[in-house]
Design a protein around this ligand. Structure first.
Ligand code: AMP
Length: 419
C-alpha cells in the first residue's frame, strides 16, 4: 500500500466527532432561535442548473466567474454545486408558488456549500452555512428582525469579539446613478488602482472598496459612497432600520464602504465580523435582495436574508471540546458468570438507555482492569461490575466508593443517585 494515500480533497475536511458535537450545538441553538421567530426550515438540492447562479448571483461576481464547481450531467445539462443558498431558495419560492401564501414567507436553512476558492484558515471549498430568508416584505422591521436574530445567535452561542457593520446600497435605480459617478471617479484615479480593479471598472466598480491593494485602498478612502448618496425612500428605509436597531439595543457601526460579493443586494447590507479571526474575519452577513425573485421569474417581491459560516463560528468559539462522559459503563466478559453475563449486560444497557441514561459496555475483549481504564477514558461516572445473576457492584468513579445493587432495580438506584 506504500505510496497510495487517500486524503480529503484540497480545501475540504472531515468533520470528526469532537467537532461534530459543537456543530450540533450551533445548529440546535440556531434552530431554536429561528423556530421562536417563525422561520420554518427549508432544504434545497446540493446542485442546481448553472444558469440559476449565473442569473441570480451575477455574471460579474467572483463566485460565478471563478469559484463554481460546474459539471455536465450525462444528458449534457450544465449543473453547479450550490455556492450559496439564497438563489436556490428564491427558485423554490417561485417554483412552489409561495407568493400565494401569507407574506412574508420566513425560511431557515443549513447545509453544505461549495466554492472553488484558495483554501486558508476559515476558507474552504466545501463549507457549511446556516441562514434565514424573509421573502415578501419590504418593511424595515423585517431588516431589524433578521439582523436581531443574528445578534441573538452570537449572544446565545457566546461568540466573543463580534461587531456588526451596517450599510445600504440603495434601490437598483439609485445604485445605477451612483455607479456612474463611482466609475467616473475610478477612471480619474486609474493610475492609483490595482490592475484587477482597473480592469473591472465597468464590470464591478463596487468591488474596488473591497480591494487589499494599498494604492487602491488609498484612492478609495476619498471615493464617493452610496450611503452618502442615499435619497428619498432609500434614505428613509435606512433611517428606519437604524432607528429600529437602536430601539432593540443592537449595536452597529455604519460602514459606507461595505460591499458584498453577490450582485443581488439592494438597500440594507450588513456584516458580522469577529476580531478573533484572521484575514477571514466575517462570521456572516447578508442584506436585502428586492429584485432577485423577479429576476428569477417570479412577481416583484422584496426580501431580506443572511448566512453565517459554521466553520467561522467554530474558529471564533475555539471551544474546548469536552467529552460528554457516560452515566454507566457495564463491565462484561471478565467475571465468573460466563455467557449469561453478556446477556444480562445487554439487557441492562438497553434498559438504562431507554430510561434516558447513557450507557456502554466493552466491545474489545478487555480484561477487568482494561475495562476500568477504558471506563475512565470515556468519562464514565459509574461502573457496574456484574458478580452473579442479579447481583452487581456499582462503583462511583470519582469517589471510588462501591456498593452492591440489585440489577432488577438498577435504573431506580441510579436515578436515586442523581437526585
Ligand atoms: P456569503 O454567502 O459570501 O455572503 O458568505 C456568508 C458567510 O459564509 C461568510 O461570512 C462566511 O462565514 C461563510 N463563507 C463564505 N465562503 C466561505 C468559504 N469559502 N469557507 C468558509 N466559510 C465561508
Amino acid at each position: 500500500m506504500a505510496g497510495l494515500k487517500y486524503q480529503a480533497p484540497r480545501g475540504t475536511f472531515d468533520v470528526l466527532p469532537a467537532h461534530a458535537r459543537t456543530r450540533g450545538r450551533i445548529a440546535e441553538t440556531a434552530a431554536a432561535i429561528f423556530a421562536r421567530a417563525g422561520y420554518e426550515p427549508i432544504a434545497t438540492p446540493s446542485f442546481e442548473d448553472t444558469e440559476l447562479f449565473e442569473r441570480g448571483v451575477g455574471h460579474s461576481t467572483d463566485i460565478v466567474r471563478k469559484e463554481m464547481f460546474t459539471f455536465e450531467d450525462k444528458g449534457g445539462r450544465s449543473l453547479t454545486l450550490r455556492p450559496e443558498g439564497t438563489a436556490p431558495i428564491c427558485r423554490a419560492y417561485v417554483e412552489h408558488g409561495m407568493h400565494k401564501l401569507a407574506q412574508p414567507v420566513k425560511l431557515s436553512y443549513t447545509g453544505p456549500f461549495f466554492r472553488h476558492e484558495r483554501p486558508q484558515a476559515g476558507r474552504y471549498r466545501q463549507f457549511h452555512q446556516l441562514g434565514i430568508e424573509a421573502i415578501g416584505s419590504d418593511a424595515p422591521l423585517a431588516d431589524a428582525e433578521a439582523i436581531g436574530l443574528f445578534a441573538e445567535l452570537v449572544a446565545e452561542l457566546g461568540i466573543p469579539g463580534v461587531e456588526l457593520r451596517l450599510g445600504s446600497l440603495g434601490s437598483l435605480s439609485a445604485r445605477q446613478t451612483y455607479l456612474e459617478e463611482l466609475k467616473a471617479y475610478l477612471r480619474a484615479h486609474e493610475e492609483e488602482l490595482s490592475k484587477e480593479v482597473r480592469e473591472r471598472i465597468d464590470v464591478n466598480p463596487l468591488r474596488a472598496f473591497d480591494s487589499d491593494d494599498e494604492g487602491t485602498r488609498a484612492a478609495m478612502a476619498s471615493a464617493p459612497t452610496l450611503v452618502e448618496r442615499l435619497e428619498g425612500e432609500d434614505a428613509e428605509h435606512f433611517g428606519e432600520v437604524r432607528a429600529l436597531l437602536d430601539a432593540a439595543g443592537i449595536e452597529y457601526t455604519i460602514d459606507p464602504t461595505l460591499v458584498r460579493g453577490l450582485d443581488y443586494y439592494t438597500r440594507t447590507i450588513f456584516s458580522f465580523v469577529c476580531d478573533r479571526l484572521g484575514a477571514q474575519s466575517e462570521i456572516g452577513g447578508g442584506g436585502r435582495y428586492d429584485g432577485l425573485v423577479e429576476q428569477l421569474g417570479g412577481p416583484p417581491t422584496p426580501a431580506i436574508g443572511w448566512a453565517a459560516g459554521i466553520e467561522r463560528i467554530l474558529l471564533a468559539l475555539e471551544e474546548e471540546v469536552a467529552t460528554e462522559g457516560r452515566d454507566v459503563f457495564v463491565v462484561t466478559g471478565s467475571q465468573g458468570i460466563g455467557k449469561a453475563q453478556n446477556a444480562l449486560a445487554i439487557t441492562l444497557v438497553n434498559e438504562l438507555r431507554r430510561a434516558g441514561l447513557s450507557a456502554e459496555f466493552d466491545l474489545a475483549g478487555r480484561g477487568l482492569k482494561g475495562q476500568l481504564k477504558h471506563a475512565d477514558r470515556i468519562g464514565a461516572r459509574r461502573v457496574l461490575i456484574l458478580e452473579a445473576e442479579g447481583v452487581a457492584q456499582l462503583r462511583d468513579m470519582e469517589s471510588g466508593e462501591q456498593r452492591p445493587v440489585d440489577t432488577a432495580h438498577l435504573v431506580a438506584e441510579i436515578a436515586g443517585d442523581r437526585s
